[in-house]
Design a protein around this ligand. Structure first.
Ligand code: TXA
Ligand code: MG
Length: 349
């Protein structure tokens, strides 16, 4: 299959391209489109044959359910059994936006979307291109991140092309995504609202709206073997090709330790990649040095994280050494992705 790439400006949307994209969706094909978080790989969410193509294209395990994307609240009713008070509060506060809510599913949601679970994940993105494609398709769009399973999620159309060229009909290129990490996933089907995946809507944001909120233990405890409640969280994820190590502790100790390893590895002929922050950019003495963003603005770090992991692959580095951030606010989502990318290799200094 030949994969087409068409550019669309979010502030001046070309209706012809939206129509092309939704024709493909209606005909059971695959289209990648930008959302405010990462690029999605979309198919008609009510058509099992179409959604099975998503699993095939990504090499995604069959037991990992998909998120349904909607463009208005009217589209929600037929997909869920009820809308609880907590769900109503979350929708009012955070939709459209980077929050995926787990509801009890209705009969019309295919098993292929929920991986046989009795629940369904739903989100209303805020990206205007995404909203227009959903609206024009007149169907909920099932869309995981548009990467090969296990790789960092795509934050630019080039990333989608690199992973999936020939496996989908169209990539709608809307430029780099804003947030850069996938949506927060919150389960509202249990007694206490539980965050299954941290993201752009933070624990602190959700607590203000809902009161008591729990965080699934597997997100913050990576030393013990806890089975995550969200099927997707148990797989190796976001992994660059090379070994990655994270360093946590007092700023100067972290810089010194990374320098020590970078110098030694470089002397031994290895290509070292360093992931630092604006505040430490001029402190490193060896390696290929990338700033993820400013410690004063963790959103900038989230925005750049996956992009830099992919740059590291492009540069064919042998080892990646990364600074870390605190586990609060956006930092929780950043550290969750980083630790997975590093396969849990974090050194406390
Ligand atoms: O920002 C995002 O959410 C992006 C964009 C494209 O919308 N999508 C995305 O989809 O990240 P995906 O498939 O890569 O991640 C969906 C996550 C997985 O961890 C999956 O296991 C979880 O949501 N999930 C889906 N349905 C679920 C359910 N019924 N119960 C628990 N977790 C569920
Ligand atoms: Mg994904």
């Amino acid at each position: 299959m030949k994969t087409k790439v068409l550019k669309v400006d979010e502030d001046n949307i070309d209706r012809e391209i939206i129509k092309q994209a939704s024709e493909i969706i209606k005909n059971g094909g695959l289209v990648s489109f930008p959302t405010e978080t990462v690029y999605g790989l979309g198919a008609n969410g009510l058509d099992s044959d179409a959604t099975s193509k998503i699993f095939e294209a990504k090499g995604r395990p069959q037991d990992n359910p998909l998120i349904l994307h909607i463009s208005s609240e009217d589209e929600l009713k037929e997909l869920v059994r009820e809308i609880s008070d907590d769900a109503r509060k979350c929708m009012d506060a955070f939709w459209p936006g980077p929050l995926t809510i787990i509801f009890n599913r209705s009969e019309i949601v295919p098993d292929s979307v929920t991986a046989g679970l009795d629940t369904v994940a739903i989100r209303m993105p805020s990206n205007k291109i995404a909203l227009e494609i959903i609206r024009e398709s007149k169907k909920p769009i099932a869309a995981p991140s548009a990467n090969t399973s296990g790789k960092p999620s795509p934050t630019a159309a080039e990333h989608v092309y690199k992973d999936l060229d020939g496996k989908l009909e169209l990539i709608v290129d809307g430029g780099r995504t804003g947030i850069g990490l996938e949506s927060t996933v919150i389960d509202l089907t249990e007694d206490v609202p539980t965050i299954l995946r941290p993201g752009g809507v933070t624990y602190e944001d959700l607590s203000k709206v809902l009161g008591r909120v729990e965080i699934d233990k597997s997100i913050i405890n990576f030393t013990e073997n806890i089975v995550p409640k969200s099927p997707g969280q148990k797989y190796k994820h976001y992994a660059p090709n090379s070994e990655m190590y994270i360093f946590k502790g007092e700023f100067k100790s972290v810089v010194d330790r990374i320098n020590e390893i970078a110098i030694e590895k470089t002397q031994n002929g290895k290509k070292v990649g360093i992931m630092c922050t604006d505040e430490s950019l001029d402190k490193y003495k060896a390696g290929l040095i990338y700033s993820m963003g400013s410690r004063e603005d963790e959103d900038s770090i989230a925005h750049n994280l996956f992009h830099i992991l992919r740059e590291m692959d492009r540069e064919n580095v042998d080892i990646i050494l990364s600074e870390s951030v605190d586990f609060s606010e956006m930092g929780l989502a950043i550290m969750n992705r980083m630790i997975k990318a590093a396969g849990g290799k974090i050194e406390q200094l």
